[in-house]
Design a protein around this ligand. Structure first.
Ligand SMILES: C/C(=C\Cc1cc(O)c2ccccc2c1O)CCC[C@H](C)CCC[C@H](C)CCCC(C)C
Ligand SMILES: C[S@@+](CC[C@H](N)C(=O)[O-])C[C@H]1O[C@@H](n2cnc3c(N)ncnc32)[C@H](O)[C@@H]1O
Length: 237
């Protein structure tokens, strides 16, 4: 049976796990995911007073990192189609005193409610592997970026080295899923593995980005090649 969850299946997963998502990410990655996210934001090269988009923002981790780089005169939009994830993001923003201007928008990454050429930079953390149409998502991101803007997308992929791939599979099956099972979320976290099976590795991600118009595209494997950052520059309008 082929693995192809619908958009509403995926939205339901992230709605369900929203209350424990941040804590589980910290526990399951020993806090390392914060480093990986900071690397992804750095590669987007946010500047002071930029208008930035964090797509598939979830509970807002990358949006908060972006906001600190762009400052109080900039603007960050965090967009996600999970109402429960956005609720967590809003609560965190309130708890921080809403120091930085971040707007939380419920939106589908495959049909963004933003004008062409709007954003100076964009990030996406662990989102591209979860959308149902990667090319359509890349096309939308290309459309809303200004010429000269950079998008930086962080996600897992199947490592090229078989041993590291076996470690990733073991870690997901034995640590991630069993930890989630204790919280009644076994199926939701078990979804990660098959999502990796259908997700392209770096070389193909580059080709998909070039196919929608990005001309300067690089993919940087990180964390022992367990994941990577796809960095794309929109040169022409
Ligand atoms: C922030 C992280 C994962 C985000 C994430 C992405 C998804 O697609 C999900 C789908 C369904 C449920 C949850 C998620 C989800 O949380 C990375 C940290 C959490 C990871 C689940 C931990 C796994 C990390 C590597 C496989 C192994 C790292 C080992 C290293 C020694 C720390
Ligand atoms: C693994 S979470 C990542 C959250 C956050 N970027 C982070 O790094 O922690 C994936 C997010 O993508 C969102 N998502 C998946 N498909 C989407 C789509 N088509 N449109 C908008 N959001 C989507 C989910 O709701 C979820 O919040």
């Amino acid at each position: 049976m082929t693995f192809s969850p619908s958009s509403s299946d995926i939205q339901a997963i992230f709605d369900r796990i929203a209350p424990v998502y941040d804590q589980l990410n910290d526990t399951l990655s020993f806090g390392q995911h914060r480093i990986w996210k900071r690397m992804a934001v750095k590669w987007a090269q946010p500047q002071l007073e930029d208008t930035a988009l964090d797509l598939c923002c979830g509970s807002g981790d990358l949006a908060f990192i972006l906001a600190k780089s762009i400052g109080k005169k900039g603007k960050v939009i965090g967009a996600d189609f999970s109402p429960q994830q956005l609720e967590i993001a809003r609560q965190r923003h309130q708890k921080q005193g809403q120091v930085y201007p971040i707007e939380w928008v419920e939106a589908d990454a495959l049909n963004l409610p933003f004008a062409d050429n709007r954003f100076d930079c964009a990030t996406m953390g662990y989102g591209l592997r979860n959308v149902t149409d990667i090319s359509a998502c890349l096309k939308e991101v290309y459309r809303v970026l200004k010429p000269g803007a950079i998008a930086s997308f962080l996600d897992f992929h199947r490592p090229y080295q078989p041993l590291i791939g076996q470690f990733q599979q073991w870690y997901l099956d034995n640590l991630v899923v069993s930890t989630a099972e204790n919280l009644g979320l076994k199926e939701d976290y078990a979804y990660i593995n098959p999502s990796l099976e259908r997700f392209p590795q770096g070389k193909e991600q580059i080709q998909l980005a070039q196919a929608v118009g990005f001309t300067e595209v690089k993919h940087y494997p990180i964390a022992f090649e367990l994941m990577g950052v796809l960095v794309m520059k929109k040169v022409y309008s």
